[in-house]
Design a protein around this ligand. Structure first.
Ligand code: PMP
Length: 344
């Protein structure tokens, strides 16, 4: 079963609800003495109609391609995605009359797969770790699938300038306005890099270089250096060599990378649920863990804004499932890691 909707323009209806997400302060982070007046704020992207920050990217890529004529009416959208961009594209496709085919990894949560199918997308599974030269690589499958369809469009979010542009024109200005220009640090986890690049670039330009941009990176990702390993924070990190990094990510925008281990990301994620009633995705736990460390090392009175890309309802079978956590060797702690460690 999928929804059947009559086509609408991308500037009306539910798509007009993309963006303008709330900013909420997270207290009780146990910041050390000397930074009690600093504040840590989370930008809650789960209020987007498709449930994640990637609605912004999907919508801007579609609008840009419509405007240039690259995306023709009725053409099939074919994209490889860890899920959230796919849900955004599937929602937009259902509303605008474009069939959608999504190539995703075997590890993508069943909740995201179900959402993709609810919006009518066809889902193809791929080996997410398959190297670029392999025919099993998700992007290779996407290219092949698109080539087999007479009228197909590939958004190629990893190399599409409309991806960071969505954040340069949306997420960045929203944060500036919501903090009345007082934001001092911006923290985001990096997948395609669109969020950190577009938002970070806007905030740096607007503040004349005053805002510091921090990329939060999970265990196993090479963005922050070190060797590639298994990444269990959905939607973020990269295990490919530098020459294959997405061009939607401009590392020059990042002042500092913070590598956070899985234990800490998931402990912070569960803290958010337990103490604040915020059921968010693992990349939100990762970003908040990094933001907490940043706030602990920053001058008193700093305003640290971190991105919470999606809802925890996407991960009830994974991040909030004790069996899955045990399989990943994660032992949740009821205490956040000690503040004394935080400034390191
Ligand atoms: N968190 C989640 C859950 C995501 O799906 C993504 C996108 N893959 C990100 C963070 C990272 O966003 P970006 O692609 O803009 O770097």
């Amino acid at each position: 079963m999928s929804i059947q909707l009559s086509p609408v323009k991308t500037r009306v209806g539910p798509l007009a609800l993309v963006g303008n997400t709330p900013l909420v302060e997270v207290q009780g982070l146990g910041l050390p003495a000397g930074c009690e007046r600093s504040r840590v704020l989370l930008k809650l992207e789960s209020t987007n109609p498709g449930g994640s920050i990637k609605d912004r990217t999907a919508l801007n890529m579609v609008r840009t391609a419509e405007a240039s004529g690259e995306l023709r009416p009725g053409a099939t959208i074919v994209e490889s995605t860890s899920g959230n961009t796919g849900v955004g594209l599937a929602l937009i496709g259902a509303l605008t009359g474009h069939p959608v085919i999504i190539i995703t990894g075997q590890d993508t949560s069943q909740e995201k797969i179900a959402a993709l199918r609810q919006y009518g997308a066809r889902v193809i599974f791929a080996d997410w770790q398959a190297p670029v030269e392999s025919p099993d690589n998700p992007r290779a499958i996407a290219e092949r699938t698109a080539a087999e369809i007479s009228e197909a469009w590939r958004p190629r979010q990893f190399d599409n300038s409309a991806n960071p542009a969505a954040h340069y024109s949306g997420t960045g200005p929203e944060i500036w306005k919501q903090t009345s220009g007082r934001v001092t640090h911006f923290v985001a986890a990096v997948g395609t890099g669109g969020t950190v690049t577009g938002t970070g670039r806007f905030l740096k330009e607007r503040s004349q270089g005053a805002v510091r941009v921090i990329a939060a990176d999970p265990e196993g990702s090479v963005y922050s250096g070190g060797s590639a390993g298994k990444v269990i924070v959905d939607g973020v990190g990269n295990t490919w060599p530098r020459e294959l990094w997405p061009t939607s990510f401009d590392p020059a925008v990042v002042d500092e990378f913070r590598r956070i281990d899985n234990q800490e990301s998931y402990t912070v994620l569960h803290f958010l649920r337990n103490r604040h009633g915020l059921l968010l995705g693992p990349s939100s736990g990762l970003a908040l863990a990094a933001a907490r460390r940043v706030a602990a090392a920053a001058p008193d009175g700093s305003i640290v804004v971190a991105i919470a890309p999606d809802t925890g309802r996407n991960y009830l079978s994974k991040a909030f499932n004790l069996e899955w956590l045990a399989e990943q060797n994660i032992t949740l702690s009821s205490q956040l890691p000690d503040v004394d460690q935080l400034s390191h």
